[in-house]
Ligand binder design. Structure first.
Ligand SMILES: CC(C)(COP(=O)(O)OP(=O)(O)OC[C@H]1O[C@@H](n2cnc3c(N)ncnc32)[C@H](O)[C@@H]1OP(=O)(O)O)[C@@H](O)C(=O)NCCC(=O)NCCS
Length: 167
C-alpha cells in the first residue's frame, strides 16, 4: 500500500471511494464526497492523502483548517476519512490517520481535532477532555490532539465546506 498526497487525476476516484465508504451509514446525510469537493474548490484542503493499491484508490483522508473560539490558530480538522468497503479492516484507515498526524506534527502545527468514534480515534492519541464544543454533538465524539501545549477551549468551527452537511 502506498500513501501519498492526492493528484488531479485522483479526484473522481476519491469521490467514488468516499460515497462507497459512507453508503451504508445511516447516521450521515451522505454529503461527505460533496464536502471533499467543496474543500478542494475553496482552497481549504490543507492535506489530502490517498491510499493507493494495485486496484486503485482504496482510501482517502482530508484535513482542513478549523477555528476554535473564533480564532484561526494552527489547528486542523481530520475528515472525511473513507476506506472502500472491500478494503476495510486491513489497516488502511489507521495508516492514513497516522500519516496525516505525522505530517502536521512535523510541520509544527498546534493540533488536530476529529469528530468520530472514540473507539477508533483514541488509539492515535485523540482525547475528549471537554474543552471543545460543536453544536449539539455529544462531548465524547469531539476529540483533539495537541501537538504543542494544551487544547484551547471553545466552540469549534470547521471550514465553510462542512456547512453542506447542515446543522
Ligand atoms: C472508519 C474507517 C475509516 C476505518 O478504516 P479501516 O481501514 O477499516 O480501519 P483499520 O483497518 O485501520 O481499523 C483499525 C481498527 O479500527 C477498528 N474500527 C474500524 N472501524 C471502526 C469503527 N467505526 N469504530 C470502532 N472501531 C473501528 C477495527 O476493528 C480495527 O481494530 P483492530 O485493529 O483492533 O482490529 C472505515 O471503516 C470507513 O471508511 N468507514 C466508513 C466511513 C466512516 O465511518 N468514516 C469515519 C467517520 S468519522
Amino acid at each position: 500500500m502506498l500513501i501519498r498526497p492526492e493528484t488531479l487525476s485522483d479526484e473522481s476516484e476519491i469521490q467514488r471511494v468516499t460515497i462507497m465508504a459512507f453508503a451504508a451509514h445511516s447516521h450521515t446525510n451522505h454529503t461527505e464526497a460533496e464536502i471533499v469537493r467543496a474543500l478542494r474548490a475553496d482552497g481549504d484542503l490543507t492535506l489530502s492523502l490517498v491510499s493507493e493499491m494495485k486496484d486503485g484508490v482504496a482510501g482517502h483522508v482530508a484535513f482542513s483548517p478549523v477555528a476554535i473560539d473564533g480564532r484561526h490558530a494552527d489547528w486542523f480538522g481530520l475528515g472525511p476519512l473513507s476506506v472502500r468497503p472491500d478494503r476495510q479492516r486491513q489497516g488502511i484507515g489507521s495508516a492514513l490517520v497516522a500519516r496525516g498526524l505525522e505530517h502536521f506534527r512535523a510541520r509544527g502545527a498546534d493540533g488536530c481535532v476529529v469528530l468520530g468514534d472514540p473507539g477508533f480515534y483514541g488509539r492515535f492519541g485523540f482525547v475528549s477532555d471537554g474543552a471543545l464544543r460543536y453544536g449539539s454533538v455529544p462531548m465524547r465524539f469531539i476529540q483533539a490532539i495537541a501537538f504543542d501545549g494544551d487544547t484551547p477551549s471553545g466552540e469549534l468551527r470547521y471550514a465553510r465546506a462542512f456547512d453542506i452537511a447542515g446543522p
